[in-house]
Design a binder for this molecule. Structure first.
Ligand code: ADP
Ligand code: MG
Length: 174
């Protein structure tokens, strides 16, 4: 299985996905979040941080200007937002690949065009709105295993076989 879909009619349903995914994550895992502004990428990342033990009092906001924000979760979670970046070398320079090697879970908003530069084998989460829905894609062995794990907790519907959209090279193209 390399793709699945879950409906997200409520914020609570999004939190449920984050809580299902949290315990499955291991150091070095890569999550790539795609979908239009306001779709819920940051909301999901915040819920994931909570699921990984980050206290409510610690704010989790989109690192739109700082680009990278690290959280004291277990495992450590590095949250990036590459919306403003266009070239693969700009993304490479963020050092996210090294963070993965170093044991962090790396979550990248707007990262779909950069999966290869980010080290590959990403669980790609693609939001759509009206209705709110999340499609998940595994691009390698590890991310497909994550998807299988999620399947056993959530009711994932089959996703269209068409892969996530990685074309364009710019964060704005998703
Ligand atoms: N089902 C849902 N899942 C996630 N967020 C939702 C949902 N319904 C409404 N929202 C709201 O949508 C907004 C999503 O914003 P945000 O996570 O910042 O989006 P993005 O990071 O994709 O631009 C939040 O204000 C959140 O409260
Ligand atoms: Mg965001």
């Amino acid at each position: 299985m390399n793709a699945g879909v879950v409906e997200l009619p409520t914020r609570r349903s999004t939190i449920r996905v984050a809580r299902a995914l949290g315990p499955l994550l291991e150091p070095g895992d890569l999550l790539v979040l795609s979908g239009e502004l306001g779709a819920g990428k940051t909301f999901f990342t915040r819920a994931l941080c909570r699921a990984l033990g980050l206290p409510e009092r610690v704010r989790v906001t989109s690192p739109t200007f700082t680009l990278v924000q690290e959280h004291a979760t277990r495992p450590r979670l590095v949250h990036a937002d590459v919306y403003r970046l266009e070239r693969p070398d700009e993304v490479r320079d963020l050092g996210l690949d090294a963070a993965r090697d170093d044991g962090a879970v790396v979550v990248v908003e707007w990262g779909a065009p950069f999966v290869d530069v980010l080290g590959g084998d990403a669980l790609v989460l693609r939001w759509s709105m009206r209705p709110r829905r999340l499609a998940l894609y595994g691009t390698g062995a590890r991310s497909r295993a994550l998807l299988l794990g999620l399947q056993s907790v959530l009711e994932l519907a089959p996703a269209p076989e068409a892969p996530y959209d990685s074309a364009g090279g710019s964060g704005g193209s998703e």
